[in-house]
Each structure stands twice: as C-alpha cells, then as structure tokens.
Write a protein that binds this ligand. Structure first.
Ligand code: PGA
Length: 236
C-alpha cells in the first residue's frame, strides 16, 4: 500500500520544511503504508531536512528529465535528484500532458531514465471526460500503458482527468473496473488518484485492485493527509 502526496505547485522552501516536520511521524501511525510526498523541485531539499533521517516518509519529485545533463532549460535529471536524497519521481501526470506538451513517448523516456538511474517511478495514466463519454477509456489507457516500461520499482497511478481537482471522485465501480483493466495490461501495482479525500479514502483503498492513492489537494493539509494514510493502514 502506497499513499503519495502530490503537492503540485504548492509549498515553497519554508512551508515545505515546516509541513515536513509535521508529517514526519505519519508512518509510525500507518503500519503497512509506504508514505511518500512529492514537493516542487525547489522544496525537495527543505522537505528532506524537515523530515529528518528517521521519519520513513519518502521524497519524490514531480517530474524528471531523461538525459543525465545538458542544454535543457527548466529540466532536472535523475542524478541531480538522487544527489539530494530524492528516491523517486512522478512521470506523465495529466497536468504535464495538458499544459506542457507531455506525450506518451516523453513520459516513457522519463520513466526509463529514472528507473535506469535507480529511482522509483509513479507513472500516471487516465482518460479525459470527453474520452470516457466517447467510450474510449480502454483504448486511451492501453495506448498510454504501452509506453510505460515494466519494472519492479514502477507503479502506475490511474487518474481519470475529470476527477482531478474537481471534487468528482470516480465511483468505486468505475475505479475498480479501470484498475482491473490496467492490471490486465501491466503487472505493476496501481494507485488511484483524483479527488481522494479523508471521507472517500477508505472505500477507494479497500477496492480489490487499488494498491494505494496519489493524493493532490488533500495531501496539503496535515490532518487530512494523515487520515488518508491511516485509512490505508486499515486495509493494508
Ligand atoms: P487531486 O489531485 O487529489 O487534487 O484531485 C490528484 C493528482 O493530480 O495527483
């Protein structure tokens, strides 16, 4: 069971450090749950320091480039992350696909390079509302999954785009069906993401093919993130 908090473009250096000091003990109260946070690049180091050495909360980046170094303004490489003590990265998040030109191909390149360098990877897939309405969900997921490598350090996050930041969570039926489909094509554990909150976490996390959660908005607040991690521990 993995519960990952995606902070998106929230929490700069100071806030990250303070928040990390608050959440550092969550793993001690959430047995069986791997707890991870994904701060913005500039807050990775502060988060590591706020957590300290013995907290057990993992720190992942929200993105990673596929080259080791070079003329790639605005990008960060896997060795740079490892040097900071960062142990994983998200790739292919739908916000990167929607706003920053991320494609199946670039998401795959990022995942491969990160794994090769020794990082863990959370690779995101998910259909838009229009794709679901057009009954293209399975075709979209199959296409996205085909670009994602198989590896023991890789997990998939199924995040229906229409559920992200909208408060519209997938029903347990929709989530279970999509997760079962993803698992029929890829052997990795599958996290659910999209408006996971303290009041729906237990239901979603107890579905047979849901192996954890990728939490956005609700991971920015200590009580709500802790409640979701504890809900994971109940069913882990
Ligand atoms: P949300 O975001 O929980 O705010 O919907 C999830 C995500 O984008 O990873």
């Amino acid at each position: 069971m993995l519960v990952a908090g995606n902070w998106k473009m929230f929490k700069g250096h100071h806030q990250a450090r303070e928040f990390a000091a608050q959440i550092r003990r969550i793993p001690a109260h959430a047995q069986g749950v791997d707890v991870v946070v994904c701060p913005p690049f500039v807050s990775l180091d502060a988060t590591r320091h706020g957590l300290g050495d013995d907290s057990g909360v993992g720190v992942y980046a929200q993105n990673v480039h596929w080259e080791l170094e070079g003329a790639f303004t605005g990008e960060v490489s896997a060795p740079m992350l490892l040097e900071l003590g960062v142990t994983g990265a998200i790739v292919g998040h739908s916000e990167r696909r929607q706003h920053f030109g991320e494609t199946d191909e670039t998401a795959g390149l990022r995942a491969e390079a990160a794994l090769e360098a020794g990082l863990h990877v959370i690779a995101c897939v998910g259909e838009t509302a229009a794709e679901r309405e057009a009954e293209e969900t399975e075709a979209v997921l199959a296409r996205q999954l085909a670009a994602i490598p198989r590896h023991e350090r890789l997990v998939i996050a199924y995040e229906p785009v229409w559920a992200i930041g909208t408060g519209k969570t997938a029903t347990p039926e929709i989530a279970q069906e999509a997760h079962a489909f993803v698992k029929s094509l890829h052997e990795a554990p599958v996290l659910y993401g999209g408006s996971v909150k303290p009041d729906n976490a237990a239901t979603l996390l107890s579905l047979p093919d849901v192996d954890g959660a990728l939490v956005g908005g609700a991971s920015l607040d200590f009580p709500s993130f802790e409640t979701i991690c504890r809900a994971g521990a109940e069913v882990a």
